[in-house]
Design a protein around this ligand. Sequence first.
Ligand SMILES: *Cc1c(COP(=O)(O)O)cnc(C)c1O
Length: 220
Amino acid sequence: MKNTIDKIKRELGEHVRLIAVSKTYPPEVIMQAYEAGCRDFGENKVQEMLPKYEALPKDIRWHLIGHLQRNKVKYIAPFVHLIHSVDSEALLQEINKRAAQNQRVIDCLLQIHIAQEESKYGLSYEEAHALLSSSIWEGLPHLRVLGLMGMATFTDDQEQIRREFRTLKQFFDEHKSCERENVKMQELSMGMSGDYPIAVEEGSTMVRIGSAIFGKRQYN
Ligand SMILES: *Cc1c(COP(=O)(O)O)cnc(C)c1O
C-alpha cells in the first residue's frame, strides 16, 4: 500500500492534497495507510466515521465527503476537519449552530452538481451563485466556506469529464469576487480514483481517492 500511496503523491505534486477515502474499510486497513503517511481520511457516512474516529489516532483529519443529513451534524461537529458536501442553506445554518455549541469554526466546501447523472447531490451552478452572492454569511460566524467540491459523471468519455471539471474551475475562479471574511475560493475538491489525473490538470487542490489505494470495495 505504501508504494501505491507514494506513487499517487508523486503524481499529485506538492500542491494537491490526498484524501484517502476509507469508507467500508476497517480500522486495521486504515492504519496501513496511516503508517504510510496519510493523515487525511474521507468517509461518506456519519455512522461509519464515528467509530473510526474513536478507534484511530487523534491526529487524523476526518473529511465528510458524502451527503450529510441535518440531524447528523451534531455527531461530527466536535471533530470533523472539513465537510465537502454542503448543499443547502439549511445545512449551513445547522453546521454553524453545532460549531458554536462546540466553540469551533467548521470548514466546509459547497458541493456543486456537475455530473449528468440525476442521482448525485449538490447545488446547481445557479443555486451556488445565489448562495455565494447572498447576505447570509455574516450570520454564520462559526463556519468557513473554503471552496467547492464536485463529482464528474461516471463515464469513459474523458473529454466529458474534463469539460465538467473545467467548468467547475471556471465557476470557482469567477466567484473569487464573492469572497468575504468566511467565504474563500481556495480549495477545489475534485478527482477520484478513475479521474484524478484529469482533475489535477484542470486545477484540483484536493483529490478523494479510495479504491486506487485500498482496492475494490465490498459492500454488504
Ligand atoms: C467513494 C467516494 C470517493 C472515492 O471513490 P474511488 O473511486 O474509490 O476513488 C470520492 N468521493 C466521494 C464523494 C465518494 O463517495
